[in-house]
Design a protein around this ligand. Structure first.
Ligand code: BGC
Length: 368
């Protein structure tokens, strides 16, 4: 007992620095600080990202601080400035929009390393590393789900399937990548006439006039719901939609909510895609309402990011387990950044139990 008390006392005195071995020590013997700037909380995943990043950084002996920008870039820039003032050595940024470049430039001036997290920071040449999931593949999974669920291979121009398109925030580079991934699967069916698009019909994000019309400001649910309600009273008024390309779970549920107040869809919703594996969408998948989601395990992204941060802070060459290094594809407009891509996973009614529950991401009791 006495021994235990002595050990506990020693730990209390040394405190968090006990874990800050070797390279984690900043000048003066203090543990180095990592800033974690997340974009928003209204989409569930970011709180998980923030919490996982913080605990992984602390487990490696760093001091970590996490902030959420409330989808407001000037607020996030202020949060990043505060991290720099506090002496952060590295900042992980899930940006709100391109307005973050001034904060990234300030970090670079101070010699602080920036890692773009999940969302590419476009318009900046002041950072070298980007870590995310294979976002084109996320879109391919969404397009592929519509292809399977609507049996597009068997459809023809004589009896086409009908869908409408939604995309994420116009200011988030990921929104373009998701959409282009989905259209890489769907476009051949549009070209052959087997798939009919109702509403604005961009075939790629490069068609910026039409793409803008399907985007959703700041990924906000109310914006998508209102747009869906408007579609149901205009372009989609005289048809029955077979499917809807929805870019993430938050928007998928808002879109389904709009549909469920239309008599046509009360008994049978269109096939709706999603992304993120949010608990309410897993419930909707279990209940047969939402067709699919794409799960991006934020636990893995956090672990990989902190491994990357740790290597960069120690001046080592990163070698990140479970991530593919892409040194050619991600151009910020100023330079090509080294990008680490993790694998997303398709989730439907057939595998949600294994992927989302048995993996420990959610508890069985989280579902009804
Ligand atoms: C992320 C998605 C998320 C969306 C809205 C995207 O950049 O990759 O996982 O659903 O932002 O927050």
């Amino acid at each position: 007992m006495k021994k235990l008390i002595v050990v506990l006392l020693a730990l209390a005195v040394v405190g968090p620095f006990a874990f800050a071995a070797g390279g984690q020590q900043a000048a003066g013997g203090k543990a180095a600080m990592i800033g974690l700037a997340m974009p928003e909380t209204h989409v569930e995943r970011w709180q998980k990202d923030g919490a996982a990043l913080k605990s992984d950084a602390e487990a490696k002996g760093y001091v970590a601080e996490v902030t959420y920008g409330d989808a407001d870039q000037s607020k996030q820039n202020q949060q990043i400035q505060d991290m720099l003032t506090k002496g952060a050595k590295l900042v992980v940024i899930g940006s709100v929009n391109e307005g973050v470049v001034s904060a990234v430039a300030d970090a670079a001036k101070d010699g602080v390393i920036v890692i773009a997290y999940d969302r590419l920071i476009t318009g900046s040449g002041d950072y070298d590393y980007y870590i995310t999931f294979d976002n084109f593949k996320v879109g391919q999974f969404q397009g592929g789900a519509l292809e399977t669920a609507l049996n597009l291979k068997a459809a023809s121009s004589a009896a086409p399937k009908i869908i409408t398109l939604f995309a994420g925030a116009p200011t988030d580079n990921n929104a373009k990548v998701f959409f282009d991934g989905a259209m890489s699967v769907l476009k051949p069916y549009v070209d052959s006439g087997a798939l009919k698009l109702v509403g604005p019909a961009p075939l790629s994000s490069a068609d910026s006039a039409n793409f803008t019309r399907i985007t959703t400001e700041n990924w906000r649910a109310d914006v998508a719901k209102t747009r869906m309600e408007n579609l149901l009273n205009s372009d989609a008024k005289n048809v029955v939609l077979d499917g809807i390309l929805a870019p993430n779970d938050t928007l998928a549920r808002a879109i389904m909510e709009a549909c469920s107040s239309d008599a046509k869809y009360v008994d049978k919703l269109p096939v709706v895609t999603g992304q993120d594996g949010e608990i309410a969408s897993i419930q909707a998948i279990k209940d047969g309402k939402q067709y699919m989601t794409v799960f991006k395990d934020t636990r893995n992204l956090a672990v990989a990011t902190i491994e990357l941060a740790d290597a960069l802070l120690k001046g080592q060459t990163p070698s990140i387990k479970g991530a593919r290094l892409d040194t050619t594809s991600y151009n910020t407009g100023k330079k090509i950044v080294k990008s680490y891509l993790l694998e997303p996973v398709v989730v439907t009614k057939a595998n949600f139990q294994a992927v989302m529950i048995d993996s420990g991401y959610y508890k069985a009791t989280d579902l009804k």
